[in-house]
Write a protein that binds this ligand. Structure first.
Ligand code: 7TS
Length: 418
């Protein structure tokens, strides 16, 4: 595997200033300063995003695409401006390719149902990987059951990479779609998305990229990657919960039937049948998350101002530091590849200590990590463990916080005296 290449142009983030933008980071937890190391589950929100939500509700709130009145037109304008910002952020050809959904999970389900149900049949194969989040496994299991298609998966090597030799055997002319994560939420592995897309296209399979962990942390350019679909969540990229995005190539989205039916997604409704609205509204039935979509635009502005190359470089440096410091903790085993191949996620086990006990001891120190299977049971099965503890990093985390984590991990070792 080629290490993830650092970009020469990256500038250091001014983390002290960034932290001032995140009011929650001033909280005390159990009398200790909060050390938030759970951004892979959900990221904290900067003042700019919180203020945008408040601004919309105080000054610009009404339903969108419906009213002829001032407020509705203002809200619609802001809602569509945010869509244009998202399109630019991932370099989509057009905002019409940006469908607002609730989260990554809904985006993947949209493709599984609206593309999968009409297109899959017995003999067809859907290819996923062993390192997927449940949201990129279960929808495909359901749709394969309904259509008679077969679900296959690319195994993971002992080091935590996709097994590229197995991929060669698994990608065949029977493969209709290859759905994989750009970055594992457990192993931290950054997958070679562009290469995987090219290999899938060589057998004429479509590609859905689960961007839940890549769009918030790495520069993503859908035209360069040439992926057919990309799903991601606002709440993991400093935006609000309840808003996410499905990017899809226009011709594919045009050809797909709607996923949900209702208001807004129609052109005309007769009791005998209906016709559909233009993209992207065909996929946006019902009143959407209006203020949340607008605030996602503010999150995109925030990250764009920091610069995604700089965000990625900051996390790379932090994960390298954490990876090295954590080697000193007795009995600690890190899942997945070395720091040069991973994003800002470190999942680990510590002797026989249950990950929930690790998380509870750390919580008492004000440190928020996640413990469990992180909605990725097959990854844990692969390594023969039921669960792990996981620290994850974002733009507001510092080396000092890693030091607090490592000191607390030594405390866990002392408490359990192994
Ligand atoms: N895909 C990946 C790779 C993820 O990490 C997650 C969420 C999802 C999909 C689903 O995102 P949602 O916004 O639709 O829920 N991952 C995690 C996690 O690691 N801990 O909590 C949520």
């Amino acid at each position: 595997m080629t290490p993830v290449q650092p970009t020469a142009k990256a500038q250091p983030l001014d983390v002290k200033r960034i932290r001032e933008d995140f009011p929650i980071l001033r909280e005390q937890v159990h009398g200790k300063p909060l050390v938030y190391l759970d951004s892979t589950a959900s990221a904290q929100k900067p003042r700019q995003v919180i203020d945008t939500l408040a601004f919309v509700y105080e000054h610009a709130y009404a339903n969108v695409h419906r009213g002829i009145h001032y407020l509705s037109e203002t809200a619609t304008q802001m809602y569509e401006d945010a869509r244009r910002k998202v399109a630019r952020f991932i370099n989509a050809r057009s905002p019409r390719e940006i469908v607002y959904v609730r989260n990554t999970t809904e985006g993947i389900n949209l493709v599984a149902y609206a593309w999968g149900l009409p297109n899959l049949k017995p003999g067809d194969e859907v290819l996923i990987t062993e390192m997927e989040h449940h949201s990129n496994i279960v929808p495909w299991q359901l749709v394969c059951q309904m259509t008679g298609a077969t679900l296959r998966w690319v195994p993971i090597t002992p080091e935590g990479f996709l097994d590229m030799e197995a991929l060669d055997r698994l990608l065949t002319e029977r493969t209709r779609i290859f759905a994989f994560t750009a970055m594992s939420n457990v192993l931290g592995t950054i997958n070679p998305v562009k290469e995987l897309v090219a290999r899938a296209h060589a057998v004429e399979a479509l590609v859905l990229v689960d961007g839940a962990q890549s769009v918030p942390h790495l520069p993503v350019d859908v035209q360069d990657l040439d992926c057919d679909f990309l799903a991601f969540s606002g709440h993991k990229m400093c935006g609000p919960s309840g808003i996410g995005v499905l990017y899809g190539k226009r011709e594919l989205l045009e050809a797909m039937p709607p996923f949900l039916g209702g208001g807004e997604m129609i052109r005309q409704v007769k009791l005998t049948g209906s016709t559909w609205n233009d993209l992207p509204h065909k996929f946006e039935a019902g009143t959407p998350a209006i203020a949340e979509a607008i605030a996602l635009g503010a999150a995109v502005d925030y990250l764009s101002n920091l610069g995604m190359d700089n965000v990625a470089a900051h996390e790379r440096a932090l994960v390298r530091y954490a990876y090295e410091r954590m080697q000193d903790v007795e009995g600690l085993r890190i899942l997945g590849p070395g720091p040069e191949h991973r994003g800002g996620v470190i999942a680990f086990t510590l002797g026989d200590v249950h990950p929930h006990d690790i998380a509870a001891i750390l919580d008492a120190e004000g440190i928020a990590i996640r413990a469990g299977h992180h909605c990725a049971q097959p990854v844990h099965d692969r390594y023969g463990i039921p669960a792990s503890a996981r620290a994850s990093f974002y733009v507001y985390n510092t080396e000092e916080e890693v030091d607090v984590l490592v000191t607390a991990l030594h405390k866990v070792v002392e408490t359990f005296a192994f």
